[in-house]
Design a protein around this ligand. Sequence first.
Ligand code: CAA
Length: 241
Amino acid sequence: MSRVALVTGGSRGIGAAISIALKGAGYRVAATYAGNEERAQAFTEVTGIPAYQWDVSDYAACASGIARVEAEIGPIEILVNNAGITRDAMFHKMTPEQWSSVIDTNLTGLFNMTHPVWCGMRDRNFGRVINISSINAQKGQMGQVNYSASKAGDLGFTKALAQEGAAKGITVNAICPGYIGTEMVRAIPEKVLTERIIPQIPVGRLGEPEEIARCVLFLASDDASFITGSTLSANGGQFFV
Ligand code: CAA
């Protein structure tokens, strides 16, 4: 029987590419989405991948949603923590709500999603947790104090949890995408994107969601069993750690 993978935020953007790539590689895949039901239904119709709605910033919703996925599809062996939001603003204009919504989703969401699957992974002596962080965790980004802090937190989470999972056959890794051509990036003011950001990318273009999906496929595979606690950067040469 093929392995079960759950991708948060898996019906749009990078997450959709990840869901589709995992299905193409033979995994049984489920996706979560936060609120865009119309897009999620269209995604399921086209791909055949079931999409479940819950908010990753809500622990109880994650626990019950995961229980439902496991009852309907099977124990989750691969968890891709991809769901993330931006609420960009210069720090002097940033509101407490913009701070806490980003931290709650992008950082606390990793706890909320990983904690309910962790004991099962330990019991089965196998697991893959793949956290989608960001180049802006590594280099910081003006206008994104909240987002950069949350995504840097994801890297600490990854490195600490990797040490706990190692003896139980569970790997925990992070991917740091650079600027990828998704709705999130296209929401950046056009002038900022073309004049400030793209010129900073040595390959001269935004990345494709599928380029991140291929990183996930590798980290999910048995070939990657010796890789844990690592950060895989895919950013077109924009930043070297
Ligand atoms: N890189 C370089 N310069 C930037 C910048 C960026 N990413 N974002 C803003 N600036 C510059 C602007 O060009 C502007 O410079 P000038 O005054 O010299 O023209 C200055 O900062 C102030 O910007 P705004 O005039 O736009 O100020 P604002 O208060 O109206 O808006 C903002 C500020 C909301 C941060 C807006 O500029 C913005 O959305 N910037 C993009 C921030 C960003 O890079 N977000 C990444 C989103 S994609 C993502 O997060 C995915 C991922 O993981 C990579």
